[in-house]
Design a protein around this ligand. Structure first.
Ligand code: 1MF
Length: 190
């Protein structure tokens, strides 16, 4: 994945747990050079190693770390040069989620090594929606839960997100039921 992801993981750890915690995590993951370059494509294993090392070092489950990272990613990219990208993807949660593939297509135009997941929205009504998630990468469903909650926060909404059991009809993918607990005013810019 692009270095921007690893930079964001470092940002989250340093912000919430401090520089010493980051140094221990980095050493545990056997990463010598943590000057990640945003536009360099790194092996996915580096990112998984970081999450694993953070889980062990912080005593938190990998799922909790991934979910926390999802929320952080929305805030981080909103202030680290991608606010306009996020703004252009929609001014409400359901609109944004429906536009995720378009947003990724736009990023991939500039950065062709991007391997974005695909998303699809179904069953959208005033109570909520179902988000379908198709990824090249295993195990990242908790990250998507954090992304959705972070996006909801961006729009002033509060949501519950439930990871639905996999369907076994040949179209295996993760799906999430998103329920609005309260709706905000829509656009809320960082
Ligand atoms: O393949 C990739 O490197 C990759 C990196 C980030 C693919 C997708 C993403 C974004 N995505 C992360 C979870 C991917 C999980 C998976 O693969 O199953 C989050 C998508 C998302 C969802 C909800 C709300 C916002 C989201 O992302 C916004 C976004 C997406 C991509 C970028 C920025 C914001 C981005 C921009 C430039 C990049 C890489 C990603 O690369 C650079 C950076 C600087 C200079 C040159 C290239």
């Amino acid at each position: 994945m692009y270095g921007l992801i690893n930079k964001a993981i470092r940002g989250l750890v340093v912000e919430q747990f401090g520089q010493e915690a980051w140094d221990r995590i980095r050493r545990r993951a056997e990463i010598e050079d943590d000057d990640f370059v945003s536009m360099t494509n790194y092996d996915d294993s580096l990112t998984y190693d970081l999450v694993g090392a953070a889980s062990e070092e912080l005593g938190l489950g990998a799922d909790a770390i991934l979910e926390g990272f999802g929320g952080y990613w929305v805030r981080y990219t909103g202030v680290e040069g991608y606010g306009h990208l996020l703004d252009s993807a929609g001014s409400s949660l359901p609109e944004f989620l429906a536009n995720l593939d378009q947003m990724h297509a736009r990023v991939k135009l500039a950065f062709p090594d991007l391997k974005p997941p695909r998303f699809r929205v179904s069953d959208s009504d005033e109570a909520g929606l179902v988000l379908h998630y198709y990824s090249h990468r295993p195990g990242l469903a908790p990250l998507v839960i954090g992304l959705v909650k972070g996006l909801a926060d961006r729009f002033g909404d509060v949501v519950e997100v439930e990871h639905l059991p996999m369907n076994t009809d040949g179209d295996e993918h993760d799906a999430f039921r998103v329920r609005y607990v309260s709706r905000g005013q829509g656009v809320q810019r960082s």
